[in-house]
Design a protein around this ligand. Sequence first.
Ligand SMILES: Cc1cc2nc3c(=O)[nH]c(=O)nc-3n(C[C@H](O)[C@H](O)[C@H](O)COP(=O)(O)OP(=O)(O)OC[C@H]3O[C@@H](n4cnc5c(N)ncnc54)[C@H](O)[C@@H]3O)c2cc1C
Length: 460
Amino acid sequence: MKTQTSKAKEELKGSIKGRVLVPDDPGYEEARQVWNAMIDRRPAVIVQCVQADDVPPVIRFARKNGLQLSIRGAGHNIAGNALCDNGLTIDFSRMKNVRVDAGKKRAYVEPGATLADLDEATQAHSLATPVGINSTTGIAGLTLGGGFGWLTRKYGMTVDNLVSVDMITAEGKKLRASESENADLFWAIRGGGGNFGVVTQFEFQLFPLGPEIVAGLIVFPFNQAKQILTKYRQFVNSAPEELNVWVVLRKAPPLPFLPESVHGKEVVILPIFYSGAVAEAEKLIAPLRAFGTALGEHIGAQPYVQWQKAFDPLLTPGARNYWKSHNFTELADGALDAIIESAAKLPSPQCEIFMGLIAGAPNRIAADAMAYGHRDAKFVLNVHGRWDEAKDDQKGIGWAREFFKASAPYASAGAYVNFMTEEEGDRVAAAYGSNYDRLVEIKKRYDPANVFHLNQNIKP
Ligand SMILES: Cc1cc2nc3c(=O)[nH]c(=O)nc-3n(C[C@H](O)[C@H](O)[C@H](O)COP(=O)(O)OP(=O)(O)OC[C@H]3O[C@@H](n4cnc5c(N)ncnc54)[C@H](O)[C@@H]3O)c2cc1C
């Protein structure tokens, strides 16, 4: 292995501008860290690309040497497929540039950019596009799997706002995919993940936003959970799409606006986001307070980029994480009961069950318009198991699986691939439902050898 890796280093160094790291190199250990500390993989070579032209020689090198290939955006994916054992990782952590054309309302984004990179660049022009809710997440993985966040009700999934991508295929060929160029490939990558090639640039359409929005949290006692969830279900049916309200059940973090006696106790949290006129927010939010007897709240006008970082302190890298997820078209009583029962048994102070509301613009797109096809989904539920010590793995994983099973009868078909763990491979075809066969056909055309298999794999 040692001879192979030093040979790799010399050969690659000569053909690219980026940095080549092999075990024992300074920076190698840091480069093999990803968000989920349960992932501990050691690539034989990590190539930190600095330009799109670095990618074709790297792909060719990996194929010639029989090295499996993984692609790292910002390394957030729970399954850890950004890394591979003994293979080659294409690492985009040094390609994070975002260029905004404010006149055209377009952003051109390199594949290592995080949500923070994109939000900061677009908000400099009071523009935005829907992305996720944790600013350190990668644009690349998030977009290729679908992508949703606070703006999704109004403007759709992240993929719904993707205009084009620049890609490198398994053959090392550069091409552009959009509605008018390589349209089949563009259909596939909008939800099909990293199965079809390496994206070196994303182009997004942008919308006017902020820079101030109204957002914050209302926190209720856990013993009112059933009434809060029942009223929530009713409320979101008629809430305007500028208003987004999620639900989080967890143990209360030590938030300064909560009485100390509540810290560490189970609570129901309603995170609220309103992107309409600031003056309109109060009357829309007021009914939420009447859901129960709030323990505290913290809501106000603030920069969008600040709210996009609000949950970062709860989602830092380095903890052990295990997720299970379902989509729902409606929240049946049984689903609410399962959520509450499970939230009463949280195995660690960092575990949570959250429900993201995506009802609105995504539902107005046809299920076969692109690979991401969950157009009936109104809620995405994630059971987020999170703890610090390996000794707690079985307890945390067991809790997540038990809840997943209990809530399954009320879920809609399909699954959000970005929330799937490594061991859910058999769920991939089901996740794509009726779009799966077309994905297989396109995979056969663009990657018949399954070079890009470290992902939620669509087998050619
Ligand atoms: C704390 C946290 C919060 C999250 N919040 C949200 C949320 O609000 N909304 C939401 O929709 N999702 C959310 N996610 C899920 C997130 O969308 C996925 O984890 C996503 O895969 C992360 O992208 P990444 O680039 O950081 O991941 P990586 O692990 O770097 O990449 C994931 C996979 O994407 C593929 N890939 C990456 N880059 C490329 C590329 N350039 N070309 C081709 N394929 C590539 C590879 O197959 C890779 O294995 C969250 C995840 C975390 C950990």
